[in-house]
Design a protein around this ligand. Sequence first.
Ligand SMILES: CC(C)(COP(=O)([O-])OP(=O)([O-])OC[C@H]1O[C@@H](n2cnc3c(N)ncnc32)[C@H](O)[C@@H]1OP(=O)([O-])[O-])[C@@H](O)C(=O)NCCC(=O)NCCSC(=O)C[C@@](C)(O)CC(=O)[O-]
Length: 364
Amino acid sequence: MSRLATLPRRLALLRPLRGTTCTARSYSTASEQRLDNRVKIVEVGPRDGLQNEKNIVPLATKIELIERLAKTGLQTIEAGSFVAPKWVPQMANSSEILSHILTTPPPSPHPLTYSFLAPNMKGLSNAFSILDANPSSFSTESNPSPSKPSLEMAVFASATETFSQKNLNASIAASLEAFRAVISAAKETPYNLRVRGYISVVLGCPFEGYDVSPHRVAEIATELLEMGVDEIALGDTTGMGTAPRTKDLLNCLRSAGIRNEDVAMHFHDTYGQALVNTAVALEHGIRTFDASVSGLGGCPYSPGATGNVATEDVVYFMESLGMDTGVDLDGVAEVGEWISKELGRGNGSTVGRAVLGRRKRKQE
Ligand SMILES: CC(C)(COP(=O)([O-])OP(=O)([O-])OC[C@H]1O[C@@H](n2cnc3c(N)ncnc32)[C@H](O)[C@@H]1OP(=O)([O-])[O-])[C@@H](O)C(=O)NCCC(=O)NCCSC(=O)C[C@@](C)(O)CC(=O)[O-]
């Protein structure tokens, strides 16, 4: 059944927000009681990881990064961003990246989904022009093919007005209006693309501090789901999130009727809390987590924010809990070391450094 066909059922589960409180219910959902040990890791290194790099990373390096990551068992790779180049120059060659993925799909143990950000119709049209030039080279929901890559577009809203203005030059309401067109066009035939809806600064804003209402996040998430997004990605852009605040936020979303399977967590590790918050979300029943190889990243509009939680750290953490990510830890650690050297920076993954250090000692 296509994701679109399940939409009415999903929306039927969303209860009106007016009057809801953020108090946790005292019982678990059926999905939480199900023993599900599979976790999906969305690798955001090639987009979120690189977008903040000061020096323009050569196209060949970006493509090699994606190709190396594709071999490690990751299922989804965020590969680029169709935004205005004057705002984020590092993402200016996203058309070339998409084109390369379609014409020369990176070898991978299983079919991969590649995700690209598009905040408006201009960005989406730029992506469509690449798809139009390669019409039968990707898998769609109406015409699935295991031998071709799948594509996903992502829109990105904010939980605070100030961050929305800084990141998108628009109010939250205006940005949501622009996303409505993007979401419906992406879902139309012949593209039939999956769409992800980010919400940034859900646990703290660089401009408005800790005063971010979980109730407001739930409202925005509901609106995006009603527009047709397949998944909400909750961005702790600043890394200010703590365990109790993560729990409160997820309880609030649950109270609003938003299902765990429609939610992904996107943690940054600026305050070293990302894995603690990951544990809270995992226990809550979330099974999709964003991460960036060797902890690359930061948002150009979030001063002081450091990288995403490292993919290597999340994989090791999940394995320690008996969860199955399908990702080869050694393989992804090697990619982390390689890209760190390419960028001339230290490897930001504690686990990556430990895994490679242990291997080196064994060889000596
Ligand atoms: C949304 C806009 C475009 C509004 O920017 P604007 O300046 O208000 O847009 P505009 O409509 O006035 O257009 C200005 C110029 O940009 C062009 N333009 C307009 N749109 C596009 C486009 N899509 N692609 C290419 N060009 C574009 C447009 O054609 C025009 O060109 P000109 O006539 O001056 O030559 C701008 O604010 C923008 O690009 N923002 C992107 C910001 C961004 O990428 N932030 C980082 C990603 S979000 C993030 O990292 C957080 C996340 C997702 O990881 C989760 C988390 O951690 O929280």
